[in-house]
Design a protein. Structure first.
Length: 253
């Protein structure tokens, strides 16, 4: 089951707000070699490139469906390619990633690999969701552990690779990073009802479950999650606090 850009963009305004906060951490200077890991449909990569004068920017993503949309934003100094963010190569002045590294495993090994791709004086700027303790995420694990979904998934569930902010800070310190920033922020979203919560998670955290489930069970899986969340929120609106971790660090010159 491919990524669905339309489903992801259903909450585009809410998902764009953390990008602005991450962009505020970027040290802008002329002529940067920039890579945006997990560029998605490219609108935010274009915004990133537009505020960095004379940059050479690459948007990298694994999803052909996302990249098909992203390439409409290509221009001189901004291109898009398919690739695995965890296997990044080359040397970059800015490695930027907004809500994408959570799809790559083993962050204790990933962060050093990315940091090694920075040029001297280069910057790592990353935002990852850290909402895995929320009841919506716990409900996914609960329903996935019940049959027929448990059998269809082979008892598989996804464990988040996201680490606490202090652990990221310690990793960056041990890598010799300078100007380390690591913090968690709660975004206070208000959604219409429990169905809107399911719509939100269907565009992100449910995707790997849909990929593994037979098509005939995908709707049943979503419905089972919805019933459980409707028991928690029988009426709207729903207050949906969403946690995100921000990281920034500089490689010494």
């Amino acid at each position: 089951m491919p990524w669905n850009p339309d489903r992801y963009h259903q909450f585009q305004a809410q998902r764009s707000a953390p990008f602005d906060d991450l962009l505020a951490l970027v040290h802008a200077r002329p002529g940067l070699r920039v890579v945006d890991l997990g560029c998605g449909t490219g609108e935010l990569t274009r915004c990133l490139a537009d505020v960095l004068p004379g940059c050479d920017a690459l948007g990298l993503d694994l999803s052909p469906e996302m990249l098909e949309r992203a390439r409409a934003h290509a221009r001189p100094g901004l291109r898009f390619e398919q690739g695995d963010q965890a296997a990044l190569r080359g040397t970059w002045d800015l490695i930027f990633s907004n809500a994408a590294l959570q799809w790559s495993e083993d962050h204790a090994a990933l962060l050093p690999r990315l940091f090694a791709c920075l040029a001297p004086g280069g910057q790592l700027a990353v935002q990852v969701p850290s909402n895995h303790a929320h009841v919506s995420y716990r409900t996914i694990l609960e329903i996935a552990g019940q049959d027929p979904f448990r059998g269809a998934l082979g008892s598989w569930t996804r464990t988040t690779p996201v680490l606490p902010p202090e652990t990221y800070a310690d990793l960056l310190f041990r890598l010799g990073a300078e100007e380390i920033v690591a913090f968690e922020k709660v975004y206070p979203h208000v959604l219409e009802n429990a169905q809107a919560v399911v719509d939100w998670i269907s565009g992100t955290v449910l995707v790997p479950y849909f990929e593994r489930l037979p098509e005939a069970l995908r709707s049943d899986f979503s419905s089972a999650i919805l019933r459980r969340l409707q028991a928690i929120w029988p009426e709207g609106p729903v207050f949906y606090p969403f946690k995100r971790i921000f990281l920034s660090a500089i490689r010494p010159r």
